[in-house]
Design a protein around this ligand. Structure first.
Ligand code: BG6
Length: 488
């Protein structure tokens, strides 16, 4: 007889082929040069109202922004000019020693004007990026849609609500999958499929062009899930090496108190805001709790037997999670809407009220693994802070602490048997905030000399965290430190 320890492999830390990486999106970095305008481009920066998530615009508001651009400042139109500086930026990323890079391809760069003729200049841009990554031995993880609906498709068709636009997206995906089949294996079709708070960017729905926004959102989410399954089906024909990921924004909530009502409310809210999406994408069918919710809330999603078959036959391979913070809920005070929650009083927060909870990440990963038993990756994790560059290097010890603790939480999850294959830090450089369009919400390991209005040299300066992460990668995570004695 042998001991279980001898019979099984017990993972003590990150595997030798662990993918250490960084992540960013097209809409926050590239700028709108040489491509079509997206709904993200129209999210203006307004210092008097910078705390709210922008984006659920009416038709009039969209047209007003398109027709009178000088009345606004649109930071995502410039991004951080990655479009022109990508060679220098990729060099800095490579020097970190990363093994992977998660980035998104912009649909509006590939099909700027219509849905038939792809832009050669757009394809050349991504050809060049992928060639550089290939030469440097960095594994690409590509997101096909990172909340940047071409504005013409939102205005004319209400985006993913339209079956035609879902077909257009499939054609775009097929083109990209085929073109890069020898360079890319990991695909995340949709960024954060559960984060439908801003229906315009995630779904392409113009709010006043539908009678019931809530019902329209659910229909568009359903369409996206069928579209994703069709892309998986096509992808399996294109390459047997392809791996497809379902991606969720971690919005797992805990009950504010141990009152049974709060506990059950948190459970049901996690089902409808988190697990539903991954349940469909991994188990291939709608769970009973969702069908009950739709029935009781008069949400009538249109589908057919063929779509259900497509969902059943084309499930995902891995689960990608973006994790930043965690909150609590009260049955009395909160609704089922994603993001409607309360601050956990035990946690500290950044200036935007995003709490810091590495234990929450550990807890979430245990739940995902228990439920799906699919390989997990962190698609995004990072710390937004206000920073200014004087003469010296930015000493961002708070970011180092945040990253250390979250990475340590992942290491602990691995030690507990969770299969985690990649970690993509958000983000290698300071970029335009998705939610507020500010530049001052800086996540970067590299400072970008650019302010909220796009002023500055645009030059890049590594912060202390850049060298810290470089060392973490070099030591394959051995340099990470436990942050509390009871968390080993
Ligand atoms: C994620 C998005 O939800 O959150 C990213 O996928 C985004 O695009 C990140 O940047 C952080 O949000 P914010 O609003 O601070 O940029």
């Amino acid at each position: 007889m042998e001991s279980l320890e001898e019979l099984y492999t017990i993972q003590d830390s990150f595997s030798n082929d662990f993918l250490w990486g960084v992540a960013f999106s097209a809409k926050q970095t590239e700028g709108s040069f040489d491509r079509g305008i997206t709904v993200a481009d129209l999210q203006d920066y307004n210092p008097k109202d910078a705390t709210k998530v922008k984006g659920d615009l009416s038709e009039t508001e969209i047209l007003n922004r398109l027709e009178n651009p000088s009345n606004y400042y649109f930071p995502k139109e410039k991004g951080i000019d990655f479009y022109h500086r990508y060679k220098e930026d990729l060099e800095l990323i490579a020097k970190l020693g990363v093994k992977c890079l998660r980035f998104s391809i912009s649909w509006a760069r590939i099909f700027p004007n219509d849905d038939e003729i792809p832009s050669q200049i757009g394809l050349d841009f991504y050809d060049s990026i992928l060639q550089i990554l290939n030469d440097k031995g960095i594994t690409p993880i590509i997101t096909l849609y990172h909340d940047d609906m071409p504005v013409r498709l939102a205005l004319e068709y209400n985006g993913f609500l339209s079956k035609d636009i879902n077909e257009s997206f499939i054609r775009y995906a097929q083109l990209i999958l085929t073109r890069y089949k020898d360079k890319v294996n990991h695909w995340i079709i949709f960024n954060q499929i559960n984060l439908t708070r801003v229906g315009l960017s995630s779904l392409g729905i113009v709010k006043d062009k539908v009678t019931d926004l809530e019902a329209a959102k659910w229909q568009a989410v359903h369409n996206k899930m069928v579209t994703a399954a069709k892309i998986v089906s096509l992808g399996r024909e294109i390459s047997k090496d392809f791996r497809f990921g379902s991606m969720l924004a971690d919005f797992i909530v805990n009950p504010e108190t141990c009152e049974p009502k709060d506990i059950v409310f948190a459970t049901e809210k996690n089902q409808m805001t988190m697990f539903l999406y991954a349940d469909v994408q991994f188990f291939g069918e709608y769970p009973g709790y969702a069908l009950r919710y739709f029935k009781e809330n008069n949400i009538c999603i249109q589908s057919d037997k063929n779509e259900l078959k497509v969902l059943k036959e084309n499930t995902m391979d891995f689960l990608a999670i973006s994790y930043y913070n965690s909150n609590v809920v009260s049955a009395k005070e909160n609704s089922m809407k994603i993001g409607d929650s309360k601050i956990n009083p035990y946690l500290e927060a950044n200036p935007w009220g995003w709490t810091i909870n590495p234990r929450g990440l550990y807890d979430s990963f245990i739940r995902y693994w228990d439920r799906y038993h699919k390989p997990l990756m962190i698609a995004e994790n990072g710390f937004g802070a206000i920073e200014t560059k004087e003469n010296d290097m930015i000493d961002d010890q708070y970011r180092i602490q945040y990253l250390n603790d979250h990475l340590y939480a992942i290491k602990k999850a691995i030690r507990q048997g969770v299969n985690v294959f990649a970690y993509c830090l958000w983000s290698p450089f300071d970029i335009v905030s998705s939610g507020t369009s500010e530049m001052k919400k800086r996540y970067g390991l590299i400072f970008v000399d650019q302010d909220d209005f796009g002023k500055g040299s645009g030059n890049r300066f590594p912060k202390k965290s850049y060298y810290w992460y470089q060392n973490v990668i070099q030591t394959n995570g051995d340099s990470l430190e436990s942050f509390e004695d009871d968390f080993k």
